[in-house]
Design a protein around this ligand. Sequence first.
Ligand code: SAM
Length: 292
Amino acid sequence: MNKKFIATPVRTKEILKKYGFTFKKSLGQNFLIDSNVLKNIIGHAGIDEHAGTIEIGPGIGALTEQLAIHSDKVVAFEIDGRLLSILEDTLSDYENIRIIHEDILKANVHQVIKENFEEDQPIHIVANLPYYITTPILMKLLREGLPVESITVMIQKEVADRMAAKPNTKSYGSLTIAIQYYTEASVVMNVPKTVFMPQPNVDSSILKLVARNVAPVHVKDEDYFFTIVQACFAQRRKTLRNNLSSHFKGVLDKDVINQTLDSIGIDGTRRGESLDMQEFSVLANAFYELQN
Ligand code: SAM
């Protein structure tokens, strides 16, 4: 990547100065100023000149520019109206970018995909996400069942570790199951604070999520499954039996809970963090059967 690109400290400072732009902390505005990190994001995103890309939060266009160069078309959602005229200027050399001034959490992404990409075009989401809403954004994108092959995002390291965690680790929890039910998750790189302007208070990682073609486990009811998983992690130090008793208080008797656990061969004295997704599905399905 070359010096004229947006993602350098000098160019970024120039753009900020030219427009008198001041960062809004409340919008998670930490812009990338390091071309090597951008190279890594692009390299891991699995895109080529045929791909359609969707970005969330283009900022002043550092990543958008690279997506425009390395993919067929970029559609980017930006909530901050002050950035629209700046982006028009910084990205004026590229004709394959569409900026949508909208809150991603309120956007109809299915519709946007239909309107902007070819029917069989591979689509990838690539972003340096605003950290204050990382999880709601990813859960929205996953739960909506978008026709997207992968999601490659810069997020807070601690959250990336939780999303890509393995059982029996500190980071493993209900968020792990929620993410890994829909995707295969991996942390591809840890990133120092110095690659951002301004620097965030937390460390960051690039997380890659690859869409699964088929669900990894069979669950009778997805909402019920996720509710049970959350219940099993409600108090991490408590046993499954105790967490489930609190969850089903006034609804299912302790004896019934123990019998159900026995019937599926899961020891009630285990903790939630020791169960893999397959075991959670068996557990949730058993209680679902009991209640329906
Ligand atoms: N992509 C740029 C970069 O890497 O330099 C900026 C990334 S910055 C971490 C996050 C961006 O997301 C900001 O431009 C911010 O205004 C935008 N943003 C924050 N909340 C948003 C939302 N709900 N919907 C769309 N964009 C949002």
